[in-house]
Structures are given as C-alpha cells and as structure tokens.
Design a protein around this ligand. Structure first.
Ligand code: SF4
Length: 522
C-alpha cells in the first residue's frame, strides 16, 4: 500500500507524571493549528478518563485498569484517524507491550518519550502526588513503586528534565509537522515497491518477536520518515565480479558503478559487522553487483554474522556454484534465505537471459539444495526464486511458474528497470521519496559507503559518504549529507539530487505512480 505524507496520524506523547506531557501537547496543538494543520484533536489521558466515567466506565489506577484506559484511548485515536483527523495523545501508558498494542490499533504513530528524572518531576508536581507516593499514601505510582518501561523504539525523545521547554516544544513541532505533513506537500513512498510475491508463503513471516519488530520498522520507518539510530539493514557487497554476462544487467555493461573488480576483505567485513551488531542492525545481504559464491569466504562471512547475532542473513545468487558442498557449508553457517535469479521459463530462454549459465546445472543445484535441507531436517535457507519481469517472461509467466514453483518456498518477480549506456532518465519529477534512505545503507567491496543502491548509475561517487576503512556506518547514516538527501526526498524533490535524477529505480517508480500503479505487494 502506498503511504501519503498527509495521511492522518497520531502523535503519542508519553512519560511519567509531571514530565511535561500536557504542557507540550497543548503547545503542539497550538503550533500545528498556526501552521495550517487544523484537522486535529488532543486526547489527554485524564480527560478521557472523565469522559469514560460519564459513560459508566470508571477506571482506577491499577496496572490492569491503566492498560484498559490506554487501549480505549488507542481505539478513539484510531477512529479519529480513520475519519481524517490527526490526534495528539498525552498519556503515561507505562507498559511497553501495551504501547505496542496501541500502535497496532492506531496504525500511524509518532511516539514521543519525555525523558525526565523522577526527582525533577517530583519538584514540579504542584498536586503533591509524588509526595504522597514517596510516603506510601498512594500505590502503583509510575516512576516510584511501578516502573515506566521504555521501549527504546520511540520516534522522538525529549529530555524535558534538562532541555528548556521552548526548545523541546520547537523540536516537537518540527518533527510533528514532518510526520503529519506540511500543508501542500504530498509525497508517495512505498516501502517494498519493486518486488512482488507471485507464489508461496512469504518467507519473511516469523513468530520471532525481534524479527517481527524488524519487519514492522522496515515498513513503518519510510512511511513515517522515521530515521532510526542505525540502518535496519546493510547491503554488503562481497564481490562485484560476476561469472555471467546477462544482457539485461547493468553490471554486464559496466553501467552500475565503474569500480575496480575485487573482493571485500574478510577483516573489513568483520569490522563492519562488529560495529553494526553493536548498533542493533537486523539484517544483511551479502551481494549487490556480483556473484557472492565467487567469494571464497562467503560461508565464513555468514557464520560470523550469525555468531554475532544478525537475525536475517541472505544474498542473491545465480546458483551456478551452488554445489552440494557449498549448500552444506551455508546451512552449517546459518544462512536464513537465498534469492536465486532465474530469468527463463525453459532451457532456451534461461540460457539466452542468463548468459554463461547452464539451465540443467542450475536447476539441479536448486533441487539439490532442497534435498539437502530435507535430508538434514532443516528448513533454511528459505529459497526465493525470482525473475526480472522481462517482456518474454511476462508472456510466458504461466510456464515460468510451472517450472520453478516446485523448487521455491517463495516465487516472485522484480519490475524491469531500464538502465545501461544511452539510457537517460534525467528530468523526471514526481512527489515521490525513496524508501531506501530510511531502511538501509550499502557497503561496496572496496569499502565505499553509499546511502542507497544507486541503481543503474555509472558514477557511484556522486553519492558516496566515505569509506568504512575510515568512517563508521553510524556516523555516515547520521551525517548531514544523509540528512540532506532525506530532506529533499521528504519534500518530493529527489530530482534535485543528481544521482537520483539519473537513477533507474527512481524513474521506474515515478512512472509507475504516474500510471496510477501506486500499490505494491509487500
Ligand atoms: S539514487 Fe536516489 S532514487 Fe536511486 S536508490 Fe538512491 S536514493 Fe533512491
């Protein structure tokens, strides 16, 4: 589904009693109204309690009752949002799990945590509630005898104990304006727009809470323009060498960066992973332009990342070197998933499009991986088989499905991008933003750091942020340059960045939205 910046949302201000929720909520409401955001309602926790009481629902202050009130507030906000009205919620809601439930009920939420020490809140508390709680006259007081559970996934944290009120209010207003939309702006952003599942169960479904959190952020961060502390995912190019010469691929024509061919050194890979894991990365892909199975230490890379705790490790491959020994090594290493490019519906079309690969060998390799998985009693790596939706494949899609579906856990296709020498996308404008800038970063095999995949751009230095040999990913992710790119995209001005203006992915997505194809399978 596409996301529009003007879609109604909820700013949820949370924190302990007297941390400044109602004050900042009121200031925010006035600020938004002054800036033209008029479809707005303020839902204050205490006022909602009074309204509920009038309707016969008299809640007390036990944790269970507080949770009930929180969920009531979420339902009210969800209703308002559905009707087109933005909400500001000011409420303590101290249980992390309940706040997560609230987010699920409401949908589009910007959570703002007011970080203020209990001692400061107690001093500010003109009602004297903290005093009562310290003296044991008031039970279940949040911050005194009942802890506030931080989620550490808030979109904004304001240190209301030390930052002046005016400063906090200005930061909050600016962030809320970006989140709820500045009048006149309407920017489309689609989190997973160029991959479509055609068959099989989604291989990204998981019962693991951390994995689900990762996938939630993957969708919500770009939609809400939330910049996490660190990219959710890193594309780490193990090599830019490829054994095939597929005619439709920009690597074949050397039109996706003109870097020297090489391999990512293992010590540099370890350095990146150590830093990434320390900063909470969820996922890595060990391929970009080349064939990762050409890297002699690919299984070691997978094993290292797995040992360090990366929860989603995968790569794209042409499967030419997916021999029995390699399959076993990759299973031992703990590879989560593997995406196999198979652009053909029979031997002839496959060998025409996958120039240099032998159809039977690739087919047998994939079948072999399935058999090894079965024999070893494991269900990983999950196998995704995918095609670039070339014209011929589109016409023979039924045959394609029939051929590959039995081998795949998931079968999908990528929209074909036009790229290569002589193809110029410049000059295309559209109120569109690239989701990559809120999800991922790229490290090329020479260590260069890019903010995105830069599809079909011959000069990758146009957006280079530095090199991981000297600069860490976190610094690059939070740099002014990265924020500058995001800022232009947020405003729908991606064409003002030279690289984006040339990018085949951007051109494809803008053309799709102009053709009314705004929906994408996620
Ligand atoms: S060059 Fe621009 S449009 Fe292309 S992938 Fe990067 S950020 Fe997105």
């Amino acid at each position: 589904m596409s996301a529009e910046l003007m879609r109604p949302g909820t700013v949820f201000i949370t924190g302990i009693s007297a941390s400044g929720k109602s004050t900042l909520g009121g200031l925010l409401k006035n600020g938004l109204l002054k800036n033209g955001i008029e479809n707005l309602v303020l839902l204050d926790g205490e006022e909602i309690r009074d309204q509920l009481k009038k309707r016969g629902k008299n809640y007390g202050y036990s944790t269970a009752e507080r949770n009930e009130v929180a969920l009531e507030i979420a339902r009210i906000a969800s209703e308002y949002n559905r009707e087109g009205t933005n909400c500001i919620i000011c409420s303590i809601c101290h249980i992390k799990e309940i706040r997560e439930q609230m987010r699920r009920i409401i949908g589009r939420v910007m959570e703002v945590y007011l970080d203020c020490p209990v001692s400061v809140c107690a001093q500010r508390d003109y009602k004297g509630n903290y005093k009562k709680a310290f003296n044991g006259l008031c039970r279940n007081f949040i911050g005194v005898d009942e802890p506030y559970q931080r989620s550490y996934a808030e979109e904004l944290v304001l240190r209301t104990g030390s930052q002046p009120l005016g400063e906090c209010s200005a930061i909050l207003l600016g962030s809320a304006m970006d989140f709820l939309g500045r009048p006149g702006e309407k920017v489309l952003i689609n989190p997973n727009c160029n991959y479509h599942i055609a068959a099989g169960s989604g291989i990204l479904e998981s019962s693991d809470a951390k994995f689900r959190e990762y996938r939630r952020r993957w969708i919500e961060y770009p939609r809400n323009f939330t910049v996490g502390d660190f990219p959710l995912h890193l594309d780490i190019e193990s090599t830019n060498l490829c054994n095939l010469k597929c005619p439709h691929c920009a690597v074949t024509s050397n039109f996706w960066g003109k870097s020297k061919k090489g391999f990512l050194p293992f010590p540099l890979f370890k350095k990146v992973i150590d830093h990434a894991v320390e900063n909470g990365v969820y996922s890595i892909k060990l391929s970009l332009r080349g064939e990762p199975l050409l890297h002699k230490q690919i299984a070691e890379m997978v094993a290292y990342a797995r040992k360090k705790g990366v929860i989603d490790i995968y790569f794209n491959t042409n499967a030419v070197f997916l021999t029995e020994g390699t399959c076993n090594q990759l299973i031992d290493a703990g590879l989560n998933r593997i995406s196999i490019s198979a652009d053909g519906w029979d031997k002839e079309s496959f060998e025409e499009n996958r120039r240099g690969a032998e159809f039977k060998a690739v087919y047998d390799n994939i079948a072999g991986l399935r058999k090894i998985r079965r024999d070893r009693g494991v269900d990983f790596p999950k196998i995704r088989i995918q095609a670039v939706m070339l014209d011929g494949i589109k016409e023979h899609w039924a045959e394609y499905l029939k051929l590959w579906q039995p081998l795949a856990d998931e079968l999908g296709y990528l929209d074909a991008r036009k790229e290569g020498p002589g193809i110029d996308h410049r000059g295309l404008t559209g109120n569109w933003a690239c989701p990559f800038l809120w999800q991922r970063m790229v490290i090329l095999c020479d260590g260069s750091l890019l903010p995105c995949l830069m599809h079909g751009i011959d000069d990758l230095s146009l957006m280079s942020l530095g090199n991981v040999k000297e600069l860490d990913v976190k610094t690059a992710w939070q740099s002014q340059k990265s924020e500058f790119y995001r800022g232009l995209h947020r405003k729908g001005h991606s064409h003002k960045i030279e690289a984006c203006d040339r990018c085949s992915y951007r051109a494809l997505e803008i053309k799709k939205t102009k053709n009314g194809l705004k929906e994408a399978l996620i």
